[in-house]
Design a protein around this ligand. Structure first.
Ligand code: ZN
Ligand code: ZN
Length: 74
């Protein structure tokens, strides 16, 4: 079986791949590291605080069960 080559043939030109970064706190995936930095500030408001992973929602709670319920009702 021949090996399948998925590598790009352009040599010398480095394509800057957009590597998604994942928030270690809430597992939300962001497209850029700068977005993660900004996103992490939402976790700084309080230790152990759970925030809604949606950017357009400011919901935050100290209880994870509350967030789970919140996400279910969206
Ligand atoms: Zn997060
Ligand atoms: Zn929300």
């Amino acid at each position: 079986m021949p090996a399948i080559r998925n590598e790009p043939t352009t040599k010398g030109k480095r394509v800057r791949a957009r590597v998604p970064v994942q928030c270690p706190t809430c597992d939300k995936v962001l497209n850029r590291k700068a977005d993660l930095t900004r996103h992490m500030q939402t976790h700084d408001k309080g230790a152990g605080r759970f925030t809604c992973p949606y950017d357009d929602c400011q919901y935050a709670t100290l209880q994870k069960s509350n967030l789970t319920t919140h996400l279910r009702t969206q």
